[in-house]
Each structure stands twice: as C-alpha cells, then as structure tokens.
Design a protein around this ligand. Structure first.
Ligand SMILES: [Zn+2]
Length: 228
C-alpha cells in the first residue's frame, strides 16, 4: 500500500486537492480523519461517542483513538490502494506511530505533500468567506464577491451566512497550533526525498497542476492535463 500525506494549514485546500487526485490516481482512496470522525459520530459508534464527548468540550481527539481509526480504515482496504491521508498525522506522536506501522506492514509513505500558504492569504480566505443561506454558493470578499453587493449571483437571495468561528482571534489560534504541532511534526520529513512543498497561494486548478507535475510527474495520473 502506498500512502500520500496531504498537509497544510486551514484554508490551504488540502481536502479539495486530495479529492481531485482521487479522480485521476488509480486505486486511490481519500482518508480524511475529520470526515471519519463525523461519520462515526453520526453512526453513534463507541469511537464516535468518545470523539463527540471530547469535541463537545473543545478537546482534540487523543492520538490513541485517531491512530486506531486510521489503522482500522487502512486494514479494510485492498493492499494495492493508493491512500491519500488528509488531516493525519498531525503531531509528532502520530508521525512516530505511522512510521512504525508502515514499517511493520511493508507499506510505503510515497510522498509527503505540504500545501504551503502565506498566513496573509489564509486570513483573507477565512475572514472573507461567506455563503448564500439559500443555495449555499460560497463567496469571498477579497477573491469572489457577489456581482451586485448583497445579492446572491445564483439565486438572488439577500441572506448570507458567515461562520461565527471565522474571527481574527480564532485564526491566530489555529495558525499557532498549525505552526507548533503540524509543521513541527512534518519537519521529520522535510529533508527526505519524498517531501514535496507546493505553493498553495494560487487557484485550486493551478495548485492541482503543480501537484500533478511535482508529485506524480504526470505519469501515474490518468488523462493528464485534459481535465482541470
Ligand atoms: Zn444563492
């Protein structure tokens, strides 16, 4: 099994890129730990109940539970799968666990992909985003405003929604967490051959193009550049 670690700060678009890659890479599976936790919570499993209790009080899910979820997911897959890890590993303990697990199972960490985004762009992407309350189209004050101020381009609604957590203070906190845990954890890979840094300040299609060139050398990807 080949693993690809997709990492990056909030608003780096790593989930979007990982799901784009699954459409092109043979036997690709997108493993988003955030989505798995949401699904477990919805299904009311033991893991889901534990995770929900922690998330409700604002605590991160402990490494043991996260590692266990990732392992049970991987073990259910076909051994020829190409797995895109999104949101995992996110600290030094998880990196250490994954490294040991991969060795034991003879899997390989094919690439570690860091979507690198300037903090000023992160702030604009997060602070500027809002969505139409009716048709849920996303806009951004800086990058994609509505054509007529206060009116949705698609459905004409005048009601919009901004996430209450999209504040300067929360972003600072999340960026600090990113610098202090994820970036630190990935420094383990930084000087290795499988580490690839991608400039994520560009548009999603340009970022995707760079990933195809640098990560997959365009070779393993079906349909090359005729899409996106
Ligand atoms: Zn709308």
């Amino acid at each position: 099994m080949k693993l690809y670690i997709f990492s990056g700060s909030l608003a780096s678009g790593k989930g979007t890129q990982a799901s784009l890659i699954t459409k092109f890479l043979p036997n690709a599976v997108h493993l988003s730990t955030g989505e798995i936790f949401r699904a477990e919570i919805e299904a009311g499993t033991e893991i889901g109940k534990k995770a929900k209790a922690l998330i409700d009080v604002g605590t991160l899910v402990p490494d043991d539970s996260t590692n266990a979820i990732v392992v049970s997911f991987l073990e259910a897959l076909d051994p020829t799968s190409n797995v895109l890890l999104d949101g995992y590993p996110r600290n030094e303990a998880q990196v250490a666990f994954l490294e040991q697990y991969v060795q034991e199972k003879n899997h390989t960490i094919e690439k570690v992909i860091l979507l690198d985004l300037d903090e000023s762009v992160v702030k604009k992407r997060v602070l500027g985003r809002f969505e139409c309350r009716h048709c849920h189209v996303m806009y951004n004050d800086f990058f994609k405003p509505t054509k007529r101020e206060g009116v949705c381009d698609v459905c004409g609604s005048k009601e919009f929604y901004r996430r209450p957590s999209d504040t300067e203070k929360t972003i600072e906190k999340r960026l600090a967490l990113y610098r202090n845990t994820i970036v630190k954890a990935l420094s383990f890979y930084e000087n290795k051959d499988n580490f690839v840094r991608i400039d994520a300040n560009k548009s999603p299609s340009e970022v995707f193009k760079e990933i195809k060139e640098k990560v997959f050398k365009n070779s393993e990807i079906k349909g090359n550049s005729d899409k996106n």
